[in-house]
Design a protein around this ligand. Structure first.
Ligand code: HEC
Length: 197
């Protein structure tokens, strides 16, 4: 089933695992205790805070999180010079090695749940199953893995290949793969995505 962002946000808020049993109305009441939030909500929705508005605001924010215009996107759109030889070698490797079996689709990930540490340990063993992360903007989001245990993208790539594919990468392959991953950095609000200072 395809969910809208609104349905997904509402289901998450309602999930007892997330809300820990706090009733919806209590959450709304708590939000309404914040005078600034109350004021800003009224300015946009012209009514007092309610769940429909909260869900709409979350979905609106989520829709703003697209980061188009990465070199990889430009290359896919036909601009051959957007990716250099090294990045192209990395992309080829990424497909050949099977990274794409997990990091796939429009967001180069984000659409599967998978075990980690399949062949060799990756990071903290629990939780065993994780959402395969999107690799868009990955060069700007160190450290890596759910426990932050890989400090650099080089380390993350090497560990991924060993743990998920049982492959020991040669140093040149790591550099090529990282060059490819560097082409996945897009733009947010007209500016290139950067690592936080
Ligand atoms: C069997 C599925 C699978 C395969 C194959 C796989 N990955 Fe991953 N990848 C994951 C999962 C799951 C995580 C999240 C691990 C974590 O958070 O502990 C991840 C995390 C990563 C990260 C860190 C992202 C972040 O933001 O923390 C990078 C970089 C990465 N993978 C690159 C690769 C590369 C390059 C390959 C191929 C050599 C590859 N992956 C193959 C499932 C896979």
């Amino acid at each position: 089933m395809e969910w809208t962002l609104e349905q997904q946000a509402l289901a998450t808020i309602k999930s007892p695992m997330v809300s820990q049993g706090v009733p919806l109305q209590t959450m709304i009441d708590r939000l309404a205790q914040d005078s600034r939030l109350r004021r800003e909500f009224a300015a946009i929705y012209d009514r007092s805070i309610d769940i429909d508005g909260v869900v709409d605001a979350i979905a609106y924010y989520e829709r703003s999180l697209v980061t188009p215009g990465s070199r990889f996107d430009l290359w896919l759109a036909g601009n051959n010079s957007a990716m250099n030889e090294q990045a192209l070698r990395g992309y080829k490797r990424f497909k050949q090695l099977g990274c794409v079996s997990c990091h796939q689709g429009q967001n180069v990930g984000g659409n599967l749940l998978q075990k980690h540490g399949i062949f060799r340990p990756l990071a903290t063993p629990e939780p065993r199953i994780l959402r395969v992360p999107s690799l868009r903007n990955v060069a700007t989001t160190a450290p890596y893995f759910h426990d932050g245990s890989a400090r650099t993208l080089d380390q993350a790539v090497k560990k991924m290949a060993a743990s998920q594919l049982n492959v020991d990468l040669k140093p040149q392959e790591v550099v090529d793969l990282v060059a490819f991953l560097n082409t996945l950095t897009g733009n947010y609000a007209g500016q290139k995505v950067r690592a936080p200072e």
